[in-house]
Ligand binder design. Structure first.
Ligand SMILES: *Cc1c(COP(=O)(O)O)cnc(C)c1O
Length: 234
């Protein structure tokens, strides 16, 4: 097996083990392969392993990849592209044109623009609302107490479908990871409450290379994995 195929098998196995440990159904956690800064050949190699969901942070780089890989591997089974970077409002048109999902919505204005700028004939964009769960001053995302209002506003927009919540917690290097566990628990609670309220909500985008098992233990339905799949970024 190539390195990438080995990595893919290993990460898939980690997810299966985490699902099992948490008494969750096999396949209940999706893998989003974060391919930012990585070449198109690496995306093709992952796709040949069966991977379909890819995440990108940098718009120009992403649009180039998405355009090049249009129709790959086949028209009927295409790659699914997730935007996971920060969003400036002058970039929403390109995001709406090229992406299937956006994980980093934190303002009504951005959701409104994505909805308005959706190209004719393209299905609504799947969105997750980003929560700043650790309350870091410098981090993107809304505070949990701002969620209800943002949800009400987003639900009025025809060009977006609210699929769930996303978070990037502050790193926790302590051995027991108590703070990270607390953040994941808070997200799990918020997510369950949102699921009660909104029928289209089925996605908790939470967990990366270093903490995916802990995230799955706390209800994540989609882990975003870069380094463990593609190797370290430059
Ligand atoms: C880069 C990135 C990831 C992947 O992180 P790894 O630690 O490389 O797995 C996940 N989510 C977001 C939002 C990212 O920007």
């Amino acid at each position: 097996m190539s390195d990438l195929a080995t990595n893919f098998a290993h990460v898939s196995q980690q997810i299966r083990a985490a699902e099992q440990a948490a008494n969750r159904a096999a396949g209940s956690v999706a893998l989003l392969a974060v391919s930012k800064t990585k070449p198109i050949a690496d995306i093709q190699a992952m796709a040949h392993c069966g991977q379909r969901h890819f995440g990108e942070n940098y718009l120009q780089e992403a649009v180039e990849k998405i355009t090049t890989l249009s129709g790959f591997p086949t028209e009927n089974d295409p790659l699914i592209w997730h935007y996971i970077g920060s969003i400036q409002s002058n970039k929403t048109r390109d995001i709406a044109a090229h992406f299937d999902w956006v994980h980093t919505v934190e303002r009504t204005k951005i959701a409104q623009r994505l909805s308005d700028q959706l190209p004719t004939g393209k299905p609504p964009i799947n969105i997750c609302l980003q929560i700043n769960i650790s309350g870091e001053a410098s981090k993107s995302g809304i505070a949990p107490d701002e969620l209800d209002d943002l949800v009400s506003e987003v639900l009025t927009l025809p060009g977006v479908t609210l699929r769930g919540l996303m978070t990037i917690p502050a790193p926790d290097d302590t051995p027991d990871q108590a703070r990270l566990v607390q953040d994941f628990r808070k997200m799990q609670t918020l997510y369950r409450q949102l699921q009660q309220r909104v029928a289209s909500v089925d996605t908790l985008s939470m967990g990366m290379s270093s903490d995916l098992a802990l995230a799955v233990a706390h209800g994540s339905t989609m882990v975003r994995v870069g380094t463990a799949l593609f190797g370290a970024r430059q």
